[in-house]
Each structure stands twice: as C-alpha cells, then as structure tokens.
Write a protein that binds this ligand. Structure first.
Ligand SMILES: [Zn+2]
Length: 253
C-alpha cells in the first residue's frame, strides 16, 4: 500500500531506507540527542553507504551509550578499546575517537548557546532552506553547509566536512531536499517556515542571534576551558584527539 507512494529515488532500494525517509529524513529536529545521533552517524558514514549506517544504528547505540553525548564525552582509552573490540562495530579508530572528541565539542556548544538546537538553527534564523535550483541541479554542498562545517571545524569537531554536514542538514530538516513529486515534501514543508535561496552558492544572511553570539564571545578566549565537562577533560581531549579528516559523501544512497 505505502509502497505505491512517490518518494525520493534514493530510498527506493531498501525497506530500511524507505522507513527512514518516511519517518525521519527532512523533519525539522529540535532535540540535541537527535542532533548528536545524526552527527555521529554522518561522521561514521564517511566513505560508506547510508544504508550500512542504518543497519549499524543499534550497534552505535550499544557502543555509545544510546548516543548520550554527556557520557561519551567522559570516555577514556578503555572505551576506545571496548568499542574497537565490538565485532559488529565499524573498526575505524579515527572515527571512534572523532565521535568521542565531538561529544566534548558538542557540550561546549551547549554551554555557549544553551543548546545545540539554538546553535544550529541560528544559521537560518529558525527557517528551513529551500534551494530554488533544486532538483534541476543535484546539490551535495552549499554555502550553508560550508559555513556550518567551517564553524564546527574551528570549534574542534572532526569528520565534519561540508558534504557530510550537507547530509546532516538535510536529515535534520534545516534543508528540505525532498523531490517535488515526493509524498513527504508537502508534509515536511508544513512543519516549518522556509527561507528560499536562489542556489547553493548564495551566502546566508547573518541573522541577529549570530551577531550577538559573536560579540559575546569576543574577549573570552578561555571559553573552551570554562566549558570543559570536567576537570580532567582537557587531558582526555589531548589523548583522544582524532585525525582531521573530511567526509566525502552525498545524500543517503
Ligand atoms: Zn522524499
């Protein structure tokens, strides 16, 4: 019955992708736990298919405390070994270390902005972006994803290249890239106000909340130390620092 609906072509090959497309992809998110889960899966997916990520989701949850970034930020070397020893895990030590590193950086953003939700939506003033050049042109990165990727990298996140972040922004509803004929396009567009952008290279305006944050952060170079999750966090951070690696991947495939 539901299989007769028109959907974005990328999800048609597997029931798991269809379920993900119909129940998650493109819905404007506001839960920090959900944001971190998506960020974790996107950084894990570099060079791998999204279908594999969905199949491994329960493994990620098992290994990373149900995506609880508060707990992950406190992981030490024994946790790296525990996760690497899980037979079902993706055995990429740099990616595992990146997830642990990113949990601490994620907490720093929460400390600065109040929530990751406020931080990420401040880029668009709470609006969902619609590219007018889509779908005539297939987009895998944009000025928006460049800006988020660059900001996250400056904050010390790993495995957050612009293509990876573009996928993250689509998944979490900050960009709506459902095809015009897709049954989910109209449903997801009803969930938020939209900001129409000519094409992927049009820079975003700087919204008031971001200007305020920038002014507030001026003259507070010690902010990372102030926002550390625990007294021993900086030491762990050095020990767990991951390789700086970009992700190259399009939307789910
Ligand atoms: Zn769709």
């Amino acid at each position: 019955m539901s299989e007769e609906k028109k959907r974005c072509p990328w999800c048609s090959s597997d029931v798991l992708l269809i379920k993900y497309h119909d129940s998650e992809w493109g819905i404007p998110q506001h839960s920090d736990m959900v944001f971190f889960e998506h960020l974790l899966m996107e950084s894990m997916s570099c060079g791998l298919s999204w279908l594999l990520m969905l199949r491994k989701r329960s493994v990620f949850s098992r290994c990373f405390d149900g995506f609880d970034y508060n707990r992950i930020a406190r992981y030490d070397e024994s946790d790296v070994k525990r996760i690497m020893d899980d037979p079902d895990m993706i055995h990429s030590e740099p990616k595992i270390r990146a997830v642990i590193n990113n949990a601490s950086r994620f907490l720093e953003i929460i400390s600065e902005f109040g929530s990751f939700d406020k931080y990420i939506w401040s880029f668009t003033n709470g609006k969902t972006l619609l590219y007018e050049s889509f779908p005539a042109k297939r987009i895998t990165r944009s000025a928006f994803s460049d800006a988020v990727s660059s900001d996250l990298k400056k904050r010390g996140f790993k495995f957050v290249g612009t293509v990876c972040i573009y996928s993250f922004l689509e998944a979490c509803g900050l960009i709506n890239d459902h095809m015009p004929e897709c049954c989910r396009r109209a449903e997801t567009l009803k969930m938020n106000d939209c900001l129409h952008v000519k094409d992927e290279n049009e820079p975003l305006p700087t919204f008031p909340v971001r200007v305020q944050r920038r002014k507030k952060s001026l003259g507070t170079p010690g902010i990372k130390q102030q926002n550390s999750v625990s007294a021993s966090a900086p030491k762990r951070r050095r020990a767990l620092s991951a390789e700086k690696t970009d992700c190259v991947r399009g939307r789910p495939q």
